[in-house]
Design a protein around this ligand. Structure first.
Ligand SMILES: Nc1ncnc2c1ncn2[C@@H]1O[C@H](COP(=O)(O)OP(=O)(O)O)[C@@H](O)[C@H]1O
Ligand SMILES: [Mg+2]
Length: 436
């Protein structure tokens, strides 16, 4: 059977490790077995083929320039502990010098060879009389570790041993490289995740900051009313007669304006607030929509923008209300910018509930977004606006916030007006609630 056949290695010599043996080890590598157990299998195989040997693999740590324990199925634990962490160097025993020179080091007699001068005690204690070590190098020639064989008697490596070690080093190299790239992948994924979170946070801040500037204009209108009323009241106070009714009218206007400013300031502070650690709390759609619309009250009035809110407004859903408020403000802001100068502008908010979800459709009287840019609108920093306040962040940040709620937001291409749809679960999964 072909499976039991041995193969011929690259140097044309008969291979000592059979196809089945190689296949077994490679499949362990592919199935993600732990590196140490794969190296153990490799060394056990070596010791099985060469019964008079004890094998050791050390792994190179680039940062510390040290060799760390990899595998040694039959060497005593206490010996292994003593070699773990040895610095590589020109006279650092077999493994240390093989690693240092990146070439095979042979010590036929540990008791007389100068390379083992500092380790003579070890040689005697463990009865290790001969040793040879081969560096494990990858395709680029980078050092990954060392593969060593120890003997109880003085010894010179035979051709059979050299072939076998070469074969096994190729497999060990594959296993070490796989583990390294898995670690690198994990590290870079972690790094990318950190960068994404940082970028998103700064995007959120930039976006809400811009929006806050925009909304502060809203305060000017009630302030103008207050200024006008105070002026009128000062005049009336100096006039003769009973002016109580007129004064009351002015105090009522003052009060309304103050309430309005209070509401705007409250909205502003939640807009700029970092809410990613807020708990998910049951909130009704009506309150959120009312709060968001109230931020636009003056601007809508001046530009004759009609806002219509319909549907199941009392639906309760779990959310970080500040974040959903921020999303609504972003969408309303975009709609306002798109339609405020058009004839008969309107914005319709429709709330629906189905399948344990809440759906919010925000439609404006615009004629839709051109197909040429639809695919880009959610991309951070994409904007078609020329004024300096445009950040190109409103939709991308909104998308991130909705995704934090395990929801979806999309532009509805099927609507002949401009419509964005938000879909959110009525309840957040418990892990999310706990994270909060
Ligand atoms: N309601 C809308 N009507 C028309 N175009 C819109 C609307 N909402 C978004 N867009 C388009 O999507 C782009 C990206 O929006 P956004 O991410 O909020 O950034 P910004 O508002 O700063 O441009 C806008 O520049 C605009 O071209
Ligand atoms: Mg915007």
């Amino acid at each position: 059977m072909t499976q039991t056949k041995t193969k011929t290695n690259s140097s044309g010599k008969k291979a000592l490790t059979s196809y089945v043996e190689i296949k077994n080890i490679i499949s362990q590598i592919l199935f993600g077995e732990e590196l140490k157990s794969i190296l153990n299998v490799i060394l056990t195989h070596a010791e099985g083929k060469l019964p008079q040997t004890q094998a050791l693999i050390l792994l190179y740590n680039e940062n510390s320039k040290c060799l760390l324990f990899g595998a040694a199925p039959s060497l005593p634990e206490s010996f292994v502990q003593k070699v773990h962490g040895i610095q590589i160097g020109p006279t650092a025993g077999c493994c240390g010098s093989a690693a240092y020179f990146k070439s095979t080091t042979v010590v036929r007699d540990t008791l007389s060879d100068p390379l083992w001068a500092s380790y003579i005690g070890l040689a005697k204690e463990y009865g290790l009389r001969a040793c040879w070590s081969v560096p494990i190098l990858n395709m680029k020639g980078e050092l990954l570790g060392t593969f060593a064989l120890y003997y109880k008697k003085t010894h010179k490596p035979t051709q059979k041993e050299t072939i076998l070690v070469k074969e096994l080093i190729d497999i060990a190299c594959l296993a070490i490289e796989r583990e390294r790239s898995a670690i690198l992948k994990k590290e870079s994924e972690k790094e990318i995740q950190i960068q994404r979170t940082n970028a998103l946070n700064s995007l959120k801040h930039a976006s809400v900051g811009e929006m806050a500037k925009n909304i502060s204009h809203e305060v000017n209108s009630p302030l103008a009313i207050i200024r006008g009323s105070v002026h009128q009241m000062n005049r009336i106070i100096d006039q003769p007669g009973d002016n109580k009714v007129t004064l009351r009218m002015h105090t009522a206007r003052l009060e309304r304006s103050v309430v309005r400013i209070e509401k705007i300031v409250k909205g502003l502070s939640s807009l700029t607030r970092e809410a990613s650690n807020d708990p998910f709390l049951k909130t009704d759609a009506r309150t959120l929509i009312d709060d968001a619309l109230s931020i636009f009250q003056e601007r809508f009035l001046t530009s004759n923008v009609r806002s219509i809110v319909i549907g199941e407004l009392d639906v309760l859903f779990e959310c970080r209300s500040v974040q959903i408020f921020q999303v609504l403000i972003s969408l309303l802001d975009n709609s306002y910018e798109a339609i405020s100068k058009s004839e008969n502008p309107w914005i319709l908010i429709h709330v629906m509930q189905y399948d344990q979800k809440i759906r919010l459709e925000i439609t404006d009287s615009g004629n839709g977004i051109p197909t040429s840019i639809v695919e880009k609108i959610m991309v951070p920093l994409f904007t078609t606006k020329v004024h300096s306040r445009a950040t190109g962040l409103g939709l991308s940040v909104s998308q991130a916030l909705i995704q934090e709620h395990s929801g979806k937001i999309w532009y509805d291409k099927s609507c002949h007006r401009t419509r964005f749809v938000i879909e959110l679960p009525l309840e957040q999964v418990s892990s999310l609630k706990q994270a909060a």
